[in-house]
Design a protein around this ligand. Structure first.
Ligand code: UDP
Length: 407
């Protein structure tokens, strides 16, 4: 089992020591998290790492998952899209069903807690049933809600206002809400199967098993098959590069149980990639953390060409592995990548193609950007920082009037 002290060689003793002091300051506490899937996507990725570590710090931390049927997840995926700016029509039946599923889930869990953190819109209406059971409620929004489709935000806003506070991934996502709003940047766990160091033999074994050849430089994008991740734009960029420079494109994705759109986008990607031997599309099981780690480490350039993005953990993962990363200049990706400093930001498939070629012709620059990227992640986006923020959040929510506390 990974111990908190195992992080000392990576972040230093002061960072870990501060976590112990914050936890001691809180004393006995019970925290309940609820989201909509145990595997697939960034929220599950973070919770799977944060929950055991908070328990180690003495905070009794639970992770529950709301259960729903197909209509529920179609509705919540549509909400997700609408909150990220797409114009979507919701029928009264869809919204009623959404509320109904929240109502039927409410009694399934034990809400006796000092704090309940509700992640994203899927379980947001649970508070309407269970408010009095827990001392405090926080809504943690992980998506890019900077320009939401107004009608759906209006629908949610009333309930979100019932929470004691909201947490967003960057300042631009904050909303017109009466209660305090906090910023917590997501993070990765450097000791997880997804991110721990691997030997060249381990990496090669995974590539052999999955039939990935290293005969040409590998351009990689790992992400759910979701239109906001712009896999078709990636293929377009790749085709532009391929005309002049030999390379191959690897699109790796997995399913998330709360994302019913995946198969449709996967089919569109396969269709767009057909007849192109240098494009490989892989659908992996959602718990293929070790495999994704190895593939990321084998790649020469990593893309995350999203057109909307809450944060983009795949960017963080790639930066931590010292890779040159090209990301769409949207959402949380701009918090992570700075042009020419630790990677590149792009706005179009053409811009992406230009940067891929630029890096393919300058492998030394790629290595330099990757080294800076790794240190940038060490300073800002490792799990120890999220743990600190969660502990601080608990203190702040419970002491809304105190501006300072001693450690
Ligand atoms: N991921 C994975 N397998 C896949 C696709 C994605 O393990 O086939 C992981 C990826 O490594 C990252 C997370 O899922 O840890 C995606 O988080 P991100 O913030 O990039 O995007 P989200 O899916 O939450 O929009």
């Amino acid at each position: 089992m990974i111990r908190l002290d195992d992080y000392i060689p990576i972040v230093g003793p002061a960072v870990v020591g501060q976590l112990y002091r914050l936890a001691e300051h809180l004393g006995t506490h019970r925290l309940v998290n609820i989201n909509s899937t145990r595997t697939g996507g960034g929220v599950a990725e973070i919770l799977s790492r944060v929950v055991p570590l908070l328990n180690q710090l003495g905070i009794e931390t639970l992770w529950e998952v709301i259960e729903g049927d197909q209509l529920f997840f179609e509705t919540t995926k549509a909400m997700h899209n609408a909150l990220q700016g797409q114009k979507v029509y919701f029928s009264p039946e869809m919204l009623e069903h959404y509320e109904q599923i929240n109502r039927t889930n409410a009694p399934k869990f034990n809400w006796q807690a000092d704090l309940v953190i509700v992640h994203d819109p899927q379980p947001a209406f649970l508070i309407n049933e269970m408010r009095s059971q827990a001392k405090h409620w926080v809504w943690r929004c992980h998506i890019d809600i900077s320009r939401p489709y107004r009608s759906i935000w209006k629908f949610l806003q009333q309930t979100v206002s019932e929470y004691d506070a909201s947490v967003f991934s960057m300042p631009r996502f904050s909303q017109n809400l009466e209660h305090p709003q906090y910023i917590i940047y997501p993070s990765i766990d450097p000791l997880s199967e997804k991110n721990r160091e691997l030997s060249p033999e381990e990496i090669q074994a995974v590539l052999d098993r999955l039939g990935i050849e290293r005969d040409k430089p590998i351009i990689l994008q790992v992400s759910r098959f979701d239109s906001f991740k712009d896999p078709l734009g990636v293929i377009q960029a790749f085709r532009l590069v391929r005309r002049h420079t030999p390379c191959k494109l690897l699109l790796v994705g997995g399913e998330a149980t709360d994302d019913p759109e995946g198969p449709k986008i996967f089919a569109a990607v396969q269709e767009a990639a057909s007849g192109e031997p240098d494009i490989q599309v892989l659908m992996l099981p959602s718990d293929s953390h070790y495999e994704v780690n190895a593939i990321q480490r084998a790649a020469d350039i990593i893309l995350q060409k999203s057109v909307r993005e809450g944060f983009g953990l795949t960017v963080t993962e790639a930066m931590w592995k010292g890779k040159p990363v090209i990301g769409g200049a949207v959402g949380g990706i701009v918090l992570q990548l700075q042009d020419y400093y630790n990677g590149f930001l792009v706005h179009t498939p053409e811009g992406c193609a230009f940067r891929i070629r630029y890096l393919l012709h300058r492998p030394q620059l790629g290595r330099r950007l990757g080294q800076v990227a790794r240190e940038f992640v060490r300073d800002h986006f490792l799990i120890t920082r999220t743990l600190r923020d969660y502990l601080t959040l608990m203190i702040l929510v419970e002491n809304p009037d105190s501006r300072m506390f001693e450690l």
